[in-house]
Design a protein around this ligand. Structure first.
Ligand code: KIV
Length: 289
């Protein structure tokens, strides 16, 4: 049983910006980030005092039921990003650029990044990849749009990587990851997500670059942490990565509630008198005469 008091910040917080990220890194204060894809979840996460919400393309798997993140489209991402921006007013909101929205050309990347800010209320975007994405990052940052990079296990490259597997485990792969981190920093990224890389490598990279690293399965040495909210809540039943700490088992709670509802309806325990609207005896008499 956790002894943590529930944090529900009631008065509006100051808006978190990319500058806040930089300052937190400088002060050695961990940056907090979670994913959200809808209004009520964004509202609850924002109220808990989170620094940042990522409208991740993990949406494809944990909300839309796809096998991987590749099928989700710009239109779907924007639809969910709009709902999140209606719920969260203080956290820095990051829209995740879906597969094929930034890989074809830097012009395409800029146009699609702009849509996240102009049409969905996001403050920044995230895209996957290192040196091969430097031109796209420069084009987007050049238009005044903050970009977060994403290195290590980059799920949009699942077929190239041979599955959802940890990255940077050999000396040469680690060197390439470090180089990519420097390239993204020079291209203008305000931060980098590091997914499924050895903890000591993630810590080393975090110390070598001036922009914050946000780890997911990358150990405590990163400047911040992100998790997929559906994993943390135990809401996604297909699998839970090893690096996830489950804070609840909402899938089980939902399942139990739905089964109880079915039973209540079938046995006529629901609706009960307190769930029912009544008419006065006088009005009823008038009605049936
Ligand atoms: O899509 C997502 O949720 C992500 C996080 C895992 C970093 O990219």
């Amino acid at each position: 049983m956790s002894t943590t008091t529930v944090s529900t910040i009631s008065s509006p917080r100051k808006k978190v910006t990319t500058l806040t990220f930089r300052q937190k890194k400088e002060r050695g204060e961990p940056i907090t980030m979670l994913t959200a894809y809808d209004y009520p979840t964004a509202l609850a996460i924002d109220k808990a005092g989170i620094d940042s919400i990522l409208v991740g393309d993990s949406l494809a798997m944990v909300v839309l039921g796809y096998e991987n993140t590749l099928p989700v489209t710009m239109e779907e991402m924007l639809h969910h990003a709009r709902a999140v921006s209606r719920g969260a007013k203080s956290a820095l909101l990051i829209g995740d650029m879906p597969f094929m929205s930034y890989q074809v050309s830097a012009d395409d990347a800029l146009r699609n990044a702009g849509r996240f800010l102009q049409q969905a209320g996001m403050d920044a975007v995230k895209l996957e990849g290192g040196r091969e994405r430097a031109d796209a990052v420069r084009a987007i940052v050049g238009a005044g749009i903050p970009v977060m990079g994403h290195l290590g296990l980059t799920p949009q490259s699942v077929h190239q990587l041979g599955g959802f597997r940890a990255q940077g485990k050999t000396a040469s792969a680690a060197k390439r990851l470090l180089e990519d981190a420097h390239i993204l920093e020079e291209a203008g990224c305000f931060g980098i997500a590091l997914e499924s890389v050895p903890a000591r490598l993630a810590e080393f990279i975090s110390k070598q670059i001036s922009i914050p690293t946000i780890g997911i399965g990358a150990g405590v040495g990163c400047d911040g942490q992100v998790l997929v909210t559906h994993d943390l809540l135990g809401l996604f039943d297909r699998f839970t990565p090893k690096f996830v700490k489950k804070y609840a088992n909402i899938h089980e709670t939902m399942n139990k509630a739905f089964a109880e509802y079915v039973d209540d309806v079938e046995t006529k325990r629901f609706p009960a008198v307190e769930h029912t609207v009544e008419m006065s005896d006088e009005e009823w008499a008038e009605f049936i005469k």
